[in-house]
Design a protein around this ligand. Structure first.
Ligand SMILES: *Cc1c(COP(=O)(O)O)cnc(C)c1O
Length: 377
């Protein structure tokens, strides 16, 4: 946590769970990633945290933006971000949204299927396009499954088709899985992409862009020792090794890795109890849960770090849960967490590195609990 965040949290009384974003820290991380990634242009994945002040700050720092819907495009345009700095990276787009984006001047579109490529040929004929390939996400804490991307063989055929449809120097994209803690995943992926580029070259298709996607980790429990700078520098070195001799533009689309560490949720303990069933663990219920911002605790995939500013002393094991009347609203039951034995109702609890995928995952008001508030400082 930055000193600026710590100071603000210590001096502020919060009426409800609140995400505090340190925009200086976001700008610093942008600079760090941009420097470490060298020639790769950064397209911030807007869905990670679309707070207007945050987007404006990143725009000022020079960032481009990856958007997934008409709504995100409109939000960027409303902030004065020119359409030429946007890429439409969702491979599943409403035709009307493609038409809207193309008319607005968005230059770059993703696809991973014949039908989506056809849509782009119809609705965005002079755009630049790239095909997303399927990656298994091994080593990531939030693997993306099979929803996005297609197998290399299909990608090859689709890129040949794209060239035939008149799309010039099409690109290839992938995503190694969100919160990817294993740098070898990038190496494996780059090798595959390079082989695909070479096969396409042999068929007369010149690839002009490699989009590295996101996956840059935030500082969570299991990644606490990964340094963002050396991580990104390694990605750059690997990219150089595989693509350095080619004339391809590079893009990176960090979401989590750019904004998560700059945010901290201020929450509160609502109840500490025991079940009396022989399990020595206390149940600690917070005023925030799966439905009010912490959706990524699903399957205990994303493991946040906690701080308890009101308590010190010995720690004991806990189960952490949210406040709603839904039995799925348990945050960590299998993962071992320890919190101070003195913890009680009303004590403050800080949830670290929560600047990504929290505010927008918060329900509009399940059980009458308010959605997660954001304050940008
Ligand atoms: C969500 C998303 C990202 C960001 O992923 P992170 O793991 O948060 O860095 C990047 N690219 C695309 C296409 C996305 O949908």
């Amino acid at each position: 946590m930055t000193a600026r965040l710590a100071g603000f949290l210590a001096d502020t009384r919060f009426e409800r769970p609140t995400l505090v974003m340190d925009l200086n820290a976001v700008a610093d991380r942008y600079r760090l990633l941009a420097d470490a990634l060298g020639s790769a242009k950064i397209h911030y994945a807007v869905k990670a945290n679309p707070a207007p002040a945050l987007l404006a700050r990143l725009a000022k720092a020079g960032s481009n933006f990856d958007v997934a819907s008409r709504g995100e495009i409109e939000q960027c345009l409303a902030l004065g971000i020119p359409a030429c700095r946007l890429s439409f990276g969702n491979t599943i787009k409403r035709r009307a949204d493609i038409e809207f984006a193309y008319a607005a001047g968005v230059p770059l579109f993703a696809f991973d299927s014949p039908a989506e490529l056809k849509k782009l040929a119809d609705a965005a004929p002079d755009a630049s396009v790239y095909c997303r390939v399927l990656v298994d996400g091994t080593g990531s804490e939030w693997p993306l499954g099979k929803k996005f991307g297609c197998a290399d063989g299909l990608a090859e055929e689709l890129l040949v088709q794209a060239a035939e449809l008149g799309f010039k120097r099409p690109g290839i994209s992938f995503h190694v899985g969100s919160q990817q803690t294993d740098l070898n995943a990038w190496d494996r992926c780059f090798a595959r992409i390079r082989a695909l580029i070479d096969r396409l070259a042999a068929r007369g298709v010149d690839i002009g862009l490699v989009n590295l996607g996101g996956g840059f980790p935030a500082t969570l429990i299991r990644s606490a020792k990964l340094d963002p700078k050396s991580y990104a520098e390694t990605v750059r070195q690997l990219a150089n090794r595989h693509f350095g001799d080619l004339d391809v533009a590079l893009i990176a689309e960090p979401g989590r890795g750019l904004v998560a560490d700059a945010g901290c949720i201020a929450a509160e303990v609502v109840l500490v109890s025991e079940k009396g069933d022989g399990d020595p663990r206390r149940w600690v219920f917070l005023d925030i849960g799966k439905f009010s911002g912490l959706a990524e605790t699903m399957d205990e995939a994303i493991r946040y770090r906690f701080e308890t500013p009101d308590n010190t002393g010995p720690m004991g094991p806990v189960v952490l849960a949210g406040p709603s009347c839904d039995s799925a609203d348990v945050l960590y039951e299998k993962t071992e967490y320890g919190l101070p034995m003195t913890l009680q109702e009303g004590d403050r609890i800080w949830i670290l590195s929560t600047g990504a995928y929290t505010t927008t995952y918060s329900s509009v008001g399940f059980n009458g609990f308010p959605p997660l508030d954001t304050i940008c400082i």
